[in-house]
Write a protein that binds this ligand. Structure first.
Ligand code: NAD
Length: 326
């Protein structure tokens, strides 16, 4: 495990970022830069008084703030971004600007300070590609730019290109991780969050989970400790530099089945509701039917594979939500 380093985690008060910080802070000095737009102080509260932990409230688009936060750091993990499908359709301009300007600032400061950059990219980059399983060197397939939903995918793909630009021009060490649907404690259960926390949040409040469309669309869900383990390994494995790596499970779950499992595991008795995508997201949305990663590269380069069984991960997540909701 990486130790003795000064590490900046942008977005470190968010869901994935805060869990990563918990793993890093054991043996490293960690600075978090976060504007608390979707992140929460409660996610990092337990670290605030810890020696070697430092929190800065600020924006990644602000180059001067980032410069100060990154001072003396040998590694920058860039987790800050505007995330959540509802954001993509509500304010695409914000998604595009924060995600691209933040990335450029991170790379520019890393170039000047000789820091390594690990970038939190996403399976959304593949768009609606039907060439499954999705391989890191595979083609991307996106809809029209008139559909706002694709702005996030585009912003993250642009960020990946920026990373490669800096890698090639300045030999800046960069690692690009494409996370696939991570879930676990602290994930945002509001309508801006991911499907698992949204479903759990509704079920525990005695409201039926709302399945969009026919519910046969699938996703591969990754428990947070696996997402963090993959990220931790990417910080130190030399073979990861200059590479894109999928971090996800390859177990597909249809969304309607997910709703049923969450209801059962929560000990509730109800049936999911079905609503159209349009009703939830408006017209500027298009769904992706299946998303399955090829994870052989992560196994080869990082020695990583997911360990947490889906049912076990769901149980742990539901237990956490029960504590905070009830
Ligand atoms: N959760 C997933 O399943 C998933 C999947 C693929 C990729 N990702 C990527 O992983 C990263 C972390 O996502 P998450 O799920 O933890 O979401 P999150 O919203 O919990 O975390 C993002 C963090 O960035 C912060 N932030 C947003 N804009 C900022 C800005 N302008 N300046 C500073 N901080 C800012 C937020 O306050 C938040 O703490 C993101 O880059 C996201 O794109 C997540």
């Amino acid at each position: 495990m990486i130790s003795g380093e000064n590490i900046l985690v942008t977005g470190g008060a968010g869901y994935i970022g805060s869990h990563l910080v918990d793993a890093l802070v054991e043996k490293n000095r960690v600075t978090v830069l976060d504007n608390l737009s979707t992140g929460k102080i409660s996610n990092i509260q337990h670290n605030l008084k810890r020696k070697g932990f430092h929190f800065i409230k600020g924006n990644v688009e602000d180059a001067e703030t980032l410069r100060k936060a990154a001072m003396g750091c040998s590694i920058i993990v860039h987790e800050a971004a505007v995330v959540g499908v509802k954001h993509y359709v509500k304010d695409p301009l914000k998604v595009l600007l924060v995600n691209s300007l933040g990335m450029e600032n991170v790379l520019e400061v890393a170039r000047k300070t000789d820091a390594k950059v690990v970038f939190a990219s996403t399976s959304e980059v593949y768009g609606k590609s039907e060439t499954l399983p999705l391989r890191e060197n595979g083609d991307r397939l996106l809809g029209s730019t008139s559909i706002d939903r694709w702005c996030y995918s585009t912003s993250k793909a642009f960020d990946e290109h920026l990373c490669f630009g800096y890698y090639k021009k300045y030999s800046l060490p960069v690692v690009i991780l494409r996370y696939f649907n991570s879930y676990g404690p602290r994930a945002d259960g509001s309508e801006y969050g991911g499907v698992i926390p949204i479903f759990i949040n509704r079920v525990l409040r005695n409201k039926a989970p709302q399945v969009h469309g026919d519910g046969k669309q699938t996703r591969c869900f990754t428990y947070i400790s696996d997402t963090v383990a993959g990220t931790m390994l990417s910080l130190e494995k030399k073979g990861a530099v200059g590479e894109i790596i999928n971090i996800g499970t390859n177990v597909e779950t249809p969304i309607v089945e997910l709703a049923g499992r969450i209801i059962d595991l929560s000990g509730e008795k109800m049936k999911p509701e079905f609503i159209t995508h349009e009703k939830f997201y408006g017209k500027s949305y298009e769904d992706i039917r299946r998303r399955v990663p090829d994870i052989s590269k992560a196994k080869k380069l990082l020695g990583w594979e997911p360990r947490v069984d889906f049912e076990d991960g769901l149980r742990r997540t539901i237990a956490w939500y029960k504590k905070v909701i009830r």
